[in-house]
Design a protein. Structure first.
Lengths: 273, 273
């Protein structure tokens, strides 16, 4: 948590994070709680954040247009603004944690990004697969990292995204172990949410994505894969941060992976028939 | 046609435009044929064009992201390039006709845009509703302007798009008269093509869109509405040109309305389940 946040010490994890409304969840994060948001505010969409200087904004928006599976743009906050159409709050304070990048290197992780924010930043909110976890749970498809109270496992792949101007980088994926007899259901359910990564990009065989060890994710926490479960991979909104690390823009701010913006938009708003 | 095109006089309309392949259609347009492209190269997607100076490209791409119904971006051609991922050709020559805008005013209409093109232009190819006309015809839904051999009727509405930076303007719609008992089919069929405007934005009652006289379209040709037919309105990729007229960027090039880029991409590539 931000060391200069006077009320951070009062923030403790809630007993039932799923039951929180999005306003309540964001109030806890503003108060200093730094936790992964999977399982929080069930039924509300969550979003990734990447903020870049205005002079890189076209390159990044084009990168997102060319890579809609990992980078579905839900909202864009223009320079000098800090409010989003997606939630009633401040994008600099209402996420649990932020990462600050200088020349592509992470230089800090903070609970409050106001001290690092710049007036020339354009902030992009990108769809997050946590959004379709409520529909998965409602269908009886288990979500292991919620059961375990841990962060989702995320991996850099060896698949390059399509570059745009000065922005390029690899596809990042999130992984959920799914019982083999529920993989089809997981595909069917998540494919109805294309704005939050939609259907999996890959089912089984991590080596085919260049992932050598599932127990060592590049972001988040490892999860147990039980007998009879298949690792299923979805495109991930950390992809923009992998592109920042690969492309080394002079400055960027992202969310800490798994520590998302919880929006006031219902999951169902992003569902297609 | 371009007055300086030495072979333009040899180009005559084909006997069966639907049977042309996209390469053949574009060759006719390069040779000087200037016709609306509805009904050409059946089964291939068509696209609108708007090219703007690089310094406006972020504002326009954000405008498109905020108005995905009229402005679904299919491809972006970066400065200094003239080829598209969507077709094997040159975006400056392969459309039947272009409009040149200076400070938001149309100053010319040409068959060949090479003389006006600038190295700082970013060209956006935007989905076109002509793409779903083949599926409509295959389902027995009549498309009047193809029957009549005329251009589609397009109208400025009184609905503002969401603005982005220096770009704003009204929604433009195309109109097709549909027999009342086929309106549901037309909605169902076109809703499966969200990347080329998808479902109608409005069915019946042009006054509700601020359209006072269907016989006087703002772009294209009027069409007969027969007894028992309902005017059905789809979002239109001329919306970016209406935004150019409203926002007055110093320079822009668009297609002449109805005179589209015919791509090498099958309609079905843009179909969702």
């Amino acid at each position: 948590m931000s060391s200069d946040d006077p009320i951070s010490s009062t923030a403790t994890p809630p007993a039932d994070p799923a039951a929180l409304g999005p306003h309540q969840a964001r109030a806890l994060f503003r108060a200093g709680l730094q936790v992964p948001t999977s399982g929080y505010a069930a039924g509300y969409a969550q979003a990734n954040l990447i903020a870049l200087p205005r002079e890189l904004a076209f390159d990044f928006l084009l990168f997102a247009q060319r890579n809609p599976k990992p980078c579905p743009v839900l909202d864009v906050i223009e320079p000098g603004r800090t409010g989003s159409a997606l939630f009633d709050g401040d994008v600099r304070t209402d996420l649990p944690a932020y990462r600050i990048y200088v020349n592509g290197e992470q230089v800090d992780e903070v609970g409050d990004a106001r001290g690092a924010w710049r007036d020339d930043l354009v902030a992009f909110l990108i769809g997050c697969s946590f959004t379709f976890e409520t529909p998965l749970l409602e269908a009886g498809v288990p979500v292991r990292h919620i059961e375990a109270g841990s962060n989702v496992a995320m991996y850099r792949t060896d698949r390059p995204c399509r570059g745009a101007g000065r922005i390029s980088g690899p596809l990042v994926v999130s992984m959920r172990p799914i019982p083999a007899d529920r993989v089809a259901d997981a595909v069917r359910i998540t494919s109805r949410y294309p704005a939050v990564h939609g259907a999996p990009v890959h089912v089984g065989d991590p080596a085919a994505l260049g992932i050598t060890d599932l127990d060592r994710p590049d972001f988040g926490d490892p999860v147990e894969i039980r007998p009879g479960e298949i690792p299923v991979f979805w495109a991930c909104g950390v992809t923009p941060q992998a592109a920042v690390m690969a492309s080394a823009p002079e400055f960027a701010i992202g969310h800490a992976p798994g520590h998302m913006a919880i929006t006031d938009v219902r999951d169902s708003a992003y569902q297609v028939p």
